[in-house]
Design a binder for this molecule. Structure first.
Ligand SMILES: C[S@@+](CC[C@H](N)C(=O)[O-])C[C@H]1O[C@@H](n2cnc3c(N)ncnc32)[C@H](O)[C@@H]1O
Length: 152
């Protein structure tokens, strides 16, 4: 099916959203198919998050990372389809000095389920939660505020 004819959200394994590869990854969940600029974005995000968490760990014992457009956790670049990379959420969950809290939001339930499965064994000492929903909704904002400690 043409990419622009696909739904906005992943519905079934045979009907994935316009942002995803048309086939599931080998773990049975969807993966994004992004432009090459994403590699740079994720590289700098990972460097910044790691510098922040390492630099602040002795000053701020509670540090929260929030990703409002989290995605399913992995992606491949359209021009190199054989190479699968960690997306923004997984690179930050794998950094050497973890945040104490990780909150992820995605409006696509298929992406949230994929991320939940992929993050299950990462940052084992941290509190992690993936919220399905539109990050502009007040309901989601309230859930984030309830999850993140006030002193974070
Ligand atoms: C480009 S992808 C995210 C890529 C991810 N940050 C990464 O680097 O691996 C954008 C994601 O945002 C989600 N999304 C789009 N609009 C949203 C909204 N209003 N609230 C929450 N998620 C949204 C999409 O379902 C998609 O998974």
């Amino acid at each position: 099916m043409r990419r622009d004819a696909r739904p906005r959200n992943c519905r079934e394994k045979w009907l994935l959203c316009e942002l995803c590869s048309s086939e599931l990854h080998s773990d049975g969940h969807p993966l994004l198919e992004l432009g090459p600029w994403s590699q740079q974005k994720i590289f700098y995000l990972q460097r910044y998050a790691d510098m922040f968490s390492t630099g602040m760990k002795n000053h701020w014992p509670t540090r929260a990372y929030i990703d409002l457009f989290a995605g399913p956790g992995i992606y491949r670049v359209r021009s190199s389809p054989d190479e699968v990379n960690d997306g923004s959420s997984l690179v930050v969950l794998k950094q050497k000095t973890p945040f104490t809290h990780y909150a992820f939001v995605d409006s696509d339930e298929g992406h949230v389920k994929a991320l939940q499965a992929r993050m299950a064994n990462l940052a084992p000492g941290s509190q992690k939660k993936a919220f399905p929903g539109n990050c502009n909704d007040l309901g989601i904002v309230s859930q984030l505020l309830a999850f993140i400690p006030r002193n974070a």
